[in-house]
Design a protein around this ligand. Structure first.
Ligand code: GLN
Length: 482
C-alpha cells in the first residue's frame, strides 16, 4: 500500500520499506489513469522522475532527506532546468529553462522527485485555469466545475491523488483559492519566507511560492523544505526556518481571534457562511477569545490589488519581446512589427488586459492617480493588519465567497476578480495565510477557511490548522474521489 501522506511516504523510503521506484511508478500510473479527464499536467516528467528514483534507490544521499522519494508536482511558472516551463502561455510554449528555481533545487536536495509541471491560468493571471492557453483543468470533486486558479493544476493533481504534494504560487490567492475549491491545505508564506528565484515574475512585490497538500502535517513538511534565505533573491529574510513539523504538535498558548466586521461576509454563499460559523462556535468552546476588528481598508483591497498587480505585470512581461525568450513571429521583417505581432499572437486576452491596465496605471499623467493612490491604499491595509495583529493572534475569514463554480460562470472579468476578495489582503500586507478544508456543500464541493497570522508566524498557523483539522476530519472525504 502506498500511503497518501508525504510524511509517511518519506519515512518508509528512508527506512527501506518502500523503494522510490515503486512509489514513482504508482503515481505515474495514477496520472495515466486520471489525467486524461482532469488535465492537471502540462508536462509529465516520466523519464526524469524514474531516473531520479533509481538514483535514490541506489543510495544517493538525498535518500535520507525530508522528502525522500516523494513525488512533487510543480506549477508550470516555476522553472525547471531542461524541462519545458510554459506559464501556460503560447509565448513560452517551447521554453526550456537553462537553470533551476531555488525551490526545485531544495526539493531535489531533500530527496523529492519532480514528477511533472502543472497547468495554470496564463502567467498565473486568473482564478479558474480557464485562462490557460492550452486547456482548462477540471475539479476532481465535480468535473463540471473549475479547480480554482491560478494554481488549479497543482490543486487538482493533489486532490485526485495523482501526486502527494504540489507547489503553486500565490500573488493574490492563487494557492489558497484552489486549495479551498479542491479541499486541500494551501499556504501563502510570509513575503520573503520562500525564495522567488526561478518563479516567473507576475507581480514581484506580491508573489510567493506555496505548498498544496492533503494535510497540515504535509504542508508543514513541504514549507520546511522550501523556506529560507537565498542570496539569489534579495527579498528573502534571514530569519532561521523553524522545525515546523515538530512545532506542530505543541499546543497553542494563546487563541485570540479577530473577525472582520459583518458587511464583507454579507454577500457570501450561505453554505460557506454556515461552515464558517461552525468553526467559530467550535473555537469558542475551545476557549478562544473573539474580537471584531475594524478593517475599513479591506473594501479597497481588491481595487488596490488590481492596480498594483497589473502595473507590476506590465513591467515584468515587457521581457517577452520575441528576442530573448520563446515564441517569435517570423513573418515580419521589421523590429517594431515583430514585437507587435509576437506579443499579439503570444499572449492571451487576460494577459493583454492586464498589460494594458498596468501600462495605463503607470503612464505619465495617471501614475499618481492610479499607481500612487494604490500604493497609499496598500500602506493603509498593512497598517490595519499590524494594529489588528497586536490585539489578536489570528484573523479568520472564509477563503472564498463561494465554492467552486462552473466553467464559463465568470465570463465577466470583474466577476472573476471578486473571488479574490478575502485573499488579496494578505499579499498586499505581506503576512502569511493558510487555507484549510472545513466542510462540504450539499452538492459535494469543498469549503475552505482562511487563517491569517503575523509575519513569520507560519508555525502558529500550522498549529491552529492542525487543531481544526482534527476536529473537521476532512481526510475521509478524499475517498469520494475515485
Ligand atoms: N486571481 C488573482 C489574479 O488573477 C490572483 C492570481 C495569483 O495569485 N497568481 O490576479
Amino acid at each position: 500500500m502506498i500511503p497518501d501522506s508525504a510524511v509517511r511516504l518519506a519515512h518508509l523510503i528512508r527506512t527501506g520499506e518502500l523503494r522510490a521506484q515503486e512509489v514513482v511508478e504508482y503515481f505515474l500510473h495514477r496520472i495515466k489513469e486520471k489525467d486524461e479527464q482532469l488535465r492537471a499536467f502540462i508536462t509529465v516528467c516520466e523519464k526524469e522522475a524514474l531516473a531520479q528514483a533509481q538514483a535514490l534507490d541506489k543510495g544517493a544521499p538525498a535518500r535520507q532527506g525530508l522528502l525522500a522519494g516523494v513525488p512533487v508536482a510543480v506549477k508550470d511558472n516555476i522553472v525547471t532546468r531542461g524541462i519545458r516551463t510554459t506559464c501556460a502561455s503560447r509565448i513560452l510554449e517551447n521554453f526550456y529553462p537553462p537553470y533551476e528555481a531555488t525551490v526545485v533545487e531544495k526539493l531535489k536536495r531533500a530527496g523529492a522527485i519532480i514528477i511533472g509541471k502543472t497547468n495554470l491560468d496564463e502567467f498565473a493571471m486568473g482564478s479558474s485555469t480557464e485562462n490557460s492557453a492550452f486547456f482548462p483543468t477540471r475539479n476532481p470533486w465535480n468535473l463540471d466545475c473549475v479547480p480554482g486558479g491560478s494554481s488549479g493544476g497543482s490543486a487538482a493533481a493533489v486532490a485526485a491523488g495523482e501526486v502527494p504534494l504540489a507547489l503553486g504560487s500565490d500573488t493574490g490567492g492563487s494557492v489558497r483559492q484552489p486549495a479551498a475549491f479542491c479541499g486541500l491545505v494551501g499556504l501563502k508564506p510570509t513575503y520573503g519566507r520562500v525564495s522567488r528565484y526561478g518563479l516567473v515574475a507576475f507581480a514581484s512585490s506580491l508573489d510567493q511560492i506555496g505548498p498544496l497538500t492533503r494535510s497540515v502535517e504535509d504542508c508543514a513538511l513541504l514549507t520546511q523544505v522550501i523556506a529560507g534565505q537565498d542570496h539569489r533573491d534579495s527579498t528573502t529574510a534571514a530569519q532561521p526556518v523553524p522545525d515546523y513539523l515538530t512545532e506542530l504538535a505543541q499546543p497553542l498558548t494563546s487563541l485570540r481571534i479577530g473577525l472582520i466586521s459583518g458587511e464583507l461576509l454579507e454577500g457570501i454563499d450561505p453554505e460557506v457562511g454556515t461552515a464558517f460559523e461552525r468553526i467559530i462556535n467550535y473555537l469558542e468552546k475551545e476557549g478562544a477569545q473573539f474580537e471584531e476588528i475594524e478593517f475599513s481598508s479591506w473594501k479597497i483591497a481588491l481595487p488596490c490589488y488590481y492596480v498594483i498587480a497589473p502595473s507590476e505585470a506590465s513591467s515584468n512581461l515587457a521581457r517577452y519581446d520575441g528576442v530573448r525568450y520563446g515564441f517569435r513571429d517570423q513573418k515580419v521583417n521589421q523590429l517594431r512589427a515583430m514585437y507587435e505581432k509576437t506579443r499579439t499572437k503570444g499572449f492571451g486576452p487576460e494577459v493583454k488586459r492586464r498589460i494594458i491596465l498596468g501600462t495605463f496605471a503607470l503612464s505619465a499623467g495617471y501614475y499618481e492617480a492610479y499607481y500612487g493612490q494604490a500604493t497609499r491604499a496598500r500602506h493603509l491595509i498593512a497598517r490595519e493588519f499590524s494594529s489588528a495583529l497586536k490585539k489578536v493572534d489570528f484573523i479568520l475569514t472564509p477563503t472564498t465567497p463561494e465554492p467552486a463554480f462552473r466553467f464559463g460562470a465568470k465570463a465577466d472579468p470583474l466577476a472573476m476578480y471578486l473571488s479574490d476578495i478575502f485573499t488579496v489582503t494578505a499579499n498586499l500586507a505581506g503576512v502569511p495565510a493558510i487555507s484549510i478544508p472545513v466542510g462540504m456543500t450539499k452538492e459535494g464541493l469543498p469549503i475552505g477557511l482562511q487563517i491569517i497570522g503575523d509575519f513569520f508566524q507560519e508555525s502558529q498557523l500550522f498549529r491552529l490548522a492542525f487543531l481544526l483539522e482534527k476536529k473537521v476530519e476532512f481526510r475521509k472525504e478524499y475517498n469520494k474521489i475515485i
